[in-house]
Design a binder for this molecule. Structure first.
Ligand code: SAM
Ligand code: SF4
Length: 341
């Protein structure tokens, strides 16, 4: 089995199918930085579906079994279902998930993605109070559209529908309990994510992190919860279940309990660079190989070398730094929308 320098296998691949988004969430693509002038990638520079398919085929030979399609907003990419159908037919692929803000998740779209082969959907929703929701995503999309998108997803046969809430102290922690009340017993699994220092522009500081401990305590004080075993080794969300049997929640402690030690994820940017960490400052250009007619074996050898020499553990280093002093200076990090959240 292929492992990196810290003995971590390569199991998951996140693919950013576009860097574009119709939202401007302050923690990801802030409007004042990413307004009209933001230099999005040229559409012609995006990897084509056949190129993505070739790379996925090579990745499966190295151990990848799970694919997540993300972005940017993946539903902005035309005919995404065609890509899903291709990926699902690649030998070795066991799981295809999609992360979306659900603004374009009509009933038809939810059905067509499901029948194409997406088996798990993650939907981002940071608040149930319309003013807070729109303050975060910085566009006037009606919250009711997103709730409708979630209902559309729940009516299909997805193996799971998860709702991701990024919690920022002083911004939306007041909506944690309303979110719990809304989604308890609904069939959707609510997951809370600590605000992370991804990219270069979201003004992250440790004091804006509402910690997983605070989240769990707050929920437990009203709706008692108890821990549940992980579904598999390396699961990023810590699972909890409501004591009264109304389902489970997940809490992702990316900041306070980093999980670098079990990270088996690679990320493919919209233009075909491979990154081995969400906090990386540079990637390796696979598109160049594809365009120079490299064989799949040649690409495989290249990826093997990249993964073997991988030693990223940024979040664990950040953790030791924030305990004792300033956050580690990493240089210009790649933006999350390029490499997929
Ligand atoms: C980059 S988005 C891409 C997919 C899609 N546009 C969406 O929002 O679901 C993927 C996930 O990353 C999360 N995310 C983005 N920036 C983050 C940050 N600074 N801290 C924690 N999560 C973040 C989003 O909330 C979302 O759940
Ligand atoms: S988190 Fe998703 S919806 Fe929000 S700006 Fe980033 S890519 Fe767009």
């Amino acid at each position: 089995m292929l492992t990196d320098s810290l003995n971590r296998p390569l199991h998951d691949l996140r693919i950013s199918v576009t860097d574009r988004c119709n939202f401007r969430c302050g923690y990801c693509m802030p409007k004042d930085v990413f307004g009209k002038g933001y230099p999005f990638l040229r559409p012609s520079s995006l990897l084509s579906y056949p190129q993505i398919e070739t790379l996925v085929r090579v990745f499966t030979r190295l151990g990848v079994r799970k694919i997540r399609l993300t972005g940017g907003e993946p539903l902005l990419r035309k005919d995404l279902e065609l890509l899903v159908e291709k990926i699902v037919s690649i030998e070795g692929i066991e799981d295809i998930a999609l992360t979306t803000n659900a603004s374009l998740l009509s009933a038809d779209r939810a059905r067509s993605l499901c029948s194409a082969g997406v088996n798990r959907l993650n939907i981002s929703l940071d608040a149930l109070t319309p003013e807070i929701y729109n303050q975060i995503n910085q566009i006037p999309v009606p919250l009711t559209d997103i709730l409708e998108g979630i209902d559309n997803a729940l009516e299909c046969n997805y193996q799971s529908v998860k709702i991701n809430m990024v919690v920022q102290k002083g911004i939306n922690e007041s909506d944690i309990l309303p979110m719990v009340e809304h989604f308890r017993g609904s069939g959707a699994i609510l997951r809370f994510i600590e605000f992370m220092d991804v990219g270069n522009y979201n003004q992250w500081t440790m004091d804006k992190v509402f910690t997983s401990h605070e989240i769990a305590e707050l929920i437990h004080s009203v709706y008692p919860i108890e821990p549940v075993d992980a579904n598999y080794t390396g699961e990023v969300a810590r699972r909890w279940q409501y004591v009264d049997g109304q389902g489970e929640i997940g809490i992702i402690s990316s900041i306070t309990q980093p999980f670098c030690e079990s990270c088996s994820r690679a990320r493919l940017s919209a233009i075909g660079e491979i990154f081995t960490c969400l906090f990386a400052t540079s990637g390796f250009d696979l598109r160049n190989l594809l365009e120079n007619n490299a064989t799949e074996d040649e690409i495989l050898t290249c990826l093997e070398n990249i993964w073997r020499s991988r030693k990223d553990k940024y979040s664990m280093q950040r953790m030791s730094d924030t305990g004792t002093g300033p956050v580690r200076e990493t240089g210009h990090k790649v933006e999350m929308s390029y490499i997929g959240g």
